[in-house]
Design a protein around this ligand. Structure first.
Ligand code: GDP
Length: 298
């Protein structure tokens, strides 16, 4: 079994799995559509996306004159795959240093994701620098520091309570001076004072752009797949603040709500770049839409 098949077990068994039995043997009737719609909503695909999927499938069924429900299963698979952007050929922009801002709320898995990405790209031979710009949480800085030490990746961090913009600026300057290939900046994610968080993110974004023209080259939003439609709200507010260029969906292995990937895709129109399929560094996998859809539908 692949990492994907194992990692997506909950979504497959608890939500999308219903669809296979639903479309098992019968003729396509109005009930088929109602049941399919209910199953997709239950799978956390969101109302709009669900309705749009159903409409599109109905059109296909009409056009091709399909009558057997099992034929619908294959059409659904194609439809779901096509709803997701294919992953870009290269995730890291060609610019050197390439600067990526990691954004997302606390608990989404942002800090561990920064470390896992650092490991992946240093294994690929890139010179990586991490920056801990979440100066509000001493624990976040410490956590990234521990990872950085363990993985032997250099890190720039500020004092607790210091200016996150200043940390980001210093990190970009250091990346330029040291010939870094990839700078990953972990930003703050506290939820309760959301306005300030968003203002601060804008500032970090601006400062990074001042330190290096064209930077940041990517803004990657880390979303916790266990939070379902809440993640959609987060995606909206982060995207309004700093245009998100890619999504990282963590904790898919702990979630039955994998259907949210389609809602997020519809909302943001940017590719999902990585999927978190477990806690180990190698469980963070480059997103593959075929593996994903096959893993949830089986
Ligand atoms: P942050 O507050 O956003 O920086 O979140 P952390 O990076 O501290 O992660 C919060 C928790 O989620 C940690 O215990 C991580 O090990 C865990 N986590 C992150 N990604 C995944 C994943 O893909 N699967 C599972 N099961 N746990 C994850």
């Amino acid at each position: 079994f692949s990492k994907w098949f194992n990692g997506l077990e909950r979504t497959r068994k608890q939500t999308f799995g219903r669809i296979s039995s639903l479309l098992g043997t019968s003729e396509i009737t109005n009930d088929t559509w109602d049941d399919l719609e209910a199953a997709l909503i239950q799978a956390d695909m969101g109302l709009e996306t669900t309705q749009s999927v159903i409409e599109s499938l109905k059109a296909t069924v009409d056009k091709e004159g399909l009558t057997h429900a099992p034929e619908l299963q294959e059409k659904l698979r194609e439809e779901l795959i096509n709803r997701l952007d294919p992953a870009p050929e290269s995730l890291i922009p060609a610019d050197r240093p390439a600067v990526i801002l990691l954004v997302g709320v606390n608990g989404s898995g942002k800090t561990t994701t920064a470390a896992k990405l650092g490991k992946r790209y240093s294994n690929e031979g890139l010179k990586v620098l991490l920056a801990a710009a979440d100066t509000y949480r001493a624990a976040a800085v410490d956590q990234l520091q521990v990872w950085a030490d363990r993985l032997n990746i250099p890190i720039i961090s500020g004092q607790t309570g210091g200016d996150p913009g200043a940390v980001a600026f210093d990190a970009v300057e250091a990346a330029k001076a040291r010939g870094t290939d990839l700078l990953l900046i972990d930003t703050a994610g506290r939820l309760h004072t959301r306005f300030n968080l968003m203002e601060e993110l804008k500032k970090v974004h601006r400062v990074v752009g001042k330190a290096l023209t064209g930077a940041p080259h990517g803004v990657w939003l880390v979303l916790d797949a266990t939070t379902g439609q809440n993640a959609l709200q987060q995606a909206r507010s982060f995207n309004q603040t700093t245009r998100v260029t890619g999504v990282i969906l963590t904790k898919l292995d702990s979630s039955a709500r994998g259907g949210m990937a389609f809602a997020i895709q519809r909302e943001l129109h940017v590719p999902i770049l990585f999927a978190g399929l477990g806690e180990k560094p190698e469980d963070l996998q480059p997103f593959d839409r075929n593996e994903f859809v096959n893993g949830i539908l089986a």
